[in-house]
Design a protein around this ligand. Structure first.
Ligand code: HOZ
Length: 430
């Protein structure tokens, strides 16, 4: 497969954009080669600037649950654009989307829209601090909650991919209130509460998607809830990635644990830049202008983004079985991968939650970031390169999650499994 134009574009981009990309994980650094420059997407496929076609298992890192250029979402956006790009004033579309989310998530009575997941989480933390009057927060190793200062500690996603667990430019004073615990290890959380009586909140991805796909165990979450209650701390579920992906009504419905605040993004914007955070009214009412906790944004609740979000969420509501159908396909994909890997003597652990899937080239099950980091990164890089050559676009980091969209048919899944067979055969030398 020729990717000459992508290579030229990357050279040119690097002259003007640090690393040639506007988000580090896109740079292909951990898998080698140069990033593919995309010209367009349609349905299940991405087309690059050299005219190559790829089945897209990244789906813009999650948002595109109906695939590229879904007609309903596209038309909603075009219609919104014709009425104006931004008003900086309230619109009915914001209430419409708010109503839908409140109806779907039992834990959310009120919600506020922002422009990114990072912004949603940063604001949720401020709200939790304002509500409790406390400063400390607990986060888990390998969980990624965007790149705001106090959360860039042992973060997953790009930060883990490039081995920069925290970043220069983040003053130690800003992170001294961030306590670290180990995912799926309640004793490590108990230690945090023993060390501090100033904990405002515990933030967790209940279905972690930024250290690869690693769901939290139900019992662990239950104990986490109890610990928060016993210590007067809030529990925040970061569902920027898993929201409307793992299930329609939030991780709370599959874990049986109710959070105090939920953060959302990705699917909720249908492909446009949107984030949101919501929770009980007594907490949300602390937000300005109702309460004293300040938070604002010129493009918050942007009418075009709201139109895309409304179209995506109403489509999901109308077809409530969509996530089950996608889950079956994801299961088949991962089953096929496991079989192909084991046939060729490659250790492989797989996980599925709704339309999210994850795999590690690892002898042992992965329960936390330390386990994930023991995966075979070199093999992952070779796998990624070989699958790309076969026309399959997977996330370019072992610490990311894969996504199925409705455009990815059963046949595409079977073809992908055949490609796994071929690639594992080559990689194992059999
Ligand atoms: N933080 C995103 C993945 N979990 C990466 C976003 C991007 O590079 O587009």
């Amino acid at each position: 497969m020729q990717r000459i134009h992508s290579q030229e574009d990357f050279q040119e981009a690097q002259r003007f954009i640090p690393g040639g990309v506007n988000s580090p994980v896109r740079a292909f650094k951990s898998v080698g080669g140069t990033p593919v420059f995309i010209k367009e997407g349609k349905g299940a496929y991405l087309y690059d600037v050299d005219g190559n076609r790829y089945v897209d298992y990244v789906q813009s890192w999650g948002p595109l649950i109906f695939g590229h250029r879904d007609e309903t979402i596209e038309n909603a956006v075009i219609d919104a654009v014709k009425h104006g790009l931004s008003f900086g004033a309230p619109t009915e579309a914001e209430t419409e989307l708010a109503k839908d989310v409140v109806e779907l998530f039992e834990s959310i009575e009120k919600i506020r829209f922002v422009s990114s997941g990072t912004e949603a989480v940063m604001s949720a933390i401020r709200l939790a601090r304002g509500f409790t009057g406390r400063d400390d927060i607990v986060k888990f190793e390998g969980c990624y909650h965007g790149h705001s200062d106090s959360l860039l500690v042992s973060a997953g996603s790009g930060a883990a991919t490039f081995g920069t667990p925290s970043s220069p430019g983040v003053p130690a004073d800003f992170t001294k209130h961030t306590l670290l615990a180990k995912y799926n290890d309640i004793e490590s959380v108990k230690k945090c509460f023993a060390d501090s009586d100033n904990i405002a909140c515990v933030i967790i991805e209940p279905i972690a998607g930024n250290m690869g796909l690693v769901p939290a165990e139900k019992e662990f979450l239950k104990e986490l809830r109890e610990l928060c209650d016993a210590n007067g701390a809030l529990l925040i579920f970061d569902e920027v990635m898993s929201g409307f992906r793992a299930t329609l009504r939030g991780a709370e419905t599959i874990t049986g644990v109710t959070p105090d605040i939920v953060t959302l993004g990705k699917v909720i914007g249908g492909g446009m830049p949107v984030g949101a955070f919501g929770g009980r009214a007594e907490i949300m009412n602390m937000l300005s202008p109702e309460g004293p906790v300040y938070q604002a944004g010129t493009l918050s609740g942007n009418p075009v983004a709201m139109a895309a979000g409304n179209a995506a969420i109403s489509k999901l509501k109308q077809n409530s079985r969509v996530i089950d159908v996608l889950e079956k396909r994801a299961q088949r994909l991962m089953e096929g991968m496991s079989e192909a890997a084991s046939k060729h003597g490659i250790p492989c652990q797989t996980t599925v939650r709704g339309s999210m899937f994850g795999f590690f080239f690892n002898e042992n099950p992965v329960k936390n970031f330390d386990d994930a980091a023991k995966s075979d990164a070199e093999l992952f890089a070779k796998f990624h390169t070989a699958m790309l050559e076969e026309g399959y676009y997977f996330a370019c980091s072992l610490y990311e999650t894969g996504f199925i969209s409705t455009a990815i048919t059963d046949q595409i899944i079977e073809d992908t499994i055949a490609a796994f067979e071929k690639v594992f055969g080559v990689l194992s030398g059999k």
